[in-house]
Design a protein around this ligand. Structure first.
Ligand code: GDP
Length: 300
């Protein structure tokens, strides 16, 4: 079991009690520990570098108040900065979905295969129906994976939302527009569009989802990413962020034992708020994202 960051820093700073200020020299070794802690949490290196630079800038010159050691003071800076980066300063509205549009509000789901898109559509449909009293329609634009359409139909019926059937003989954009037409005619408040995900990033897939985005003009485009993804999260996030104007992130599988460094990597690349956390396979396993809790988890 690894020591948490506070314990690690405590070891480093034993020799420098009584220092009144955080300085270049008394923080250098501690910043190395912070860097290691983040790398161990699977935060990608560019995100670590940016974060350390920010912490350094904030910490230098900061007074070490009262009985705190420089280590404790630095941990305070690290915690505040990480929570702020995770969205703590944005307030609870940051995790809300935007419905300020002519209904139906369209939510487009993006992400790699296995990220948890279809499961998240089910969870969102349940949340929107039960908590927000919305009439929800779901549709799958995944015409490649034979089981995908059926899987979406199953989760949609489990939560009692409406499902627009699609056929793998149709084109994704045609399917989505037909679903939109149906949603308008049947007064749905929300249309959630599930999309195909490949195992890796590929150009054709990015073009297809960009075409879906152009045709639907969704008010929310959510990037779904597996918290267990580790260092690769940064490349995946970059590819989707370049292809689409994302509006938010859903971090899935936070019930796993990863430290969730992917959250920081994805935030570094997209700058978009993480809106929801997936915390179980079951369809009630969706929570509003909690920046403070995520910061604590990444720091271990
Ligand atoms: P998609 O390919 O992106 O549509 O991914 P799926 O929705 O099919 O999910 C892939 C796998 O991840 C399935 O076995 C899901 O049950 C599982 N899954 C999705 N979200 C979560 C989550 O938050 N926690 C856990 N433990 N499993 C999840």
């Amino acid at each position: 079991m690894l020591d948490n960051l506070t314990q690690r820093l405590a070891k480093v700073v034993k020799t420098m009690r009584g220092e009144a200020r955080l300085t270049e020299s008394n923080t250098a070794e501690m910043l190395r520990e912070v860097r290691l802690a983040l790398l161990e949490a699977d935060v990608a290196l560019p995100a670590v570098r940016e974060f350390i630079a920010k912490v350094k800038e904030k910490a230098l010159g900061e007074d070490v108040i009262g009985s705190l050691t420089p280590g404790q003071a630095l941990v305070g800076v690290v915690q505040r900065e990480l929570a702020s980066l995770m969205g703590a300063d944005l307030g609870p509205e940051a995790s809300q979905l935007n419905f300020a549009t002519q209904p139906p509000a369209i939510i487009l789901m993006a992400g790699l295969q296995g990220a948890g898109k279809t499961t998240t559509v089910g969870k969102l449909a349940k949340y929107l129906k039960e908590e927000k009293k919305k009439k929800v329609l779901t549709v799958s634009a995944d015409v490649y994976r034979p089981a995908a359409i059926g899987q979406l139909q199953t989760v949609t019926s489990q939560v009692g939302a409406d499902f627009f059937p699609s056929s793998h003989n149709d084109k994704p954009v045609d399917i989505a527009l037909a679903a939109l037409d149906y949603a308008k005619k049947h007064y749905h408040d929300v249309l959630i569009v599930d999309t195909a995900g490949r195992l890796g990033i590929d150009e054709a897939m990015m073009q297809e989802i960009a075409a879906l985005h152009a045709a639907l003009k969704p008010i929310e485009t959510l990037f779904v990413v597996d918290a267990m993804l580790g260092q690769d999260a940064i490349n995946t996030a970059k590819a989707f962020n370049d292809a689409l104007p994302l509006t938010g992130v859903v971090l899935t599988k936070l019930d796993g034992d990863s430290r969730g460094g992917a959250a920081l990597s994805v935030r570094h690349v997209t700058g978009k708020p993480v809106k929801f956390a997936g915390v179980a396979e079951k369809l009630d396993g969706l929570e509003a994202f909690d920046p403070q809790r995520m910061a604590n988890r990444i720091l271990g």
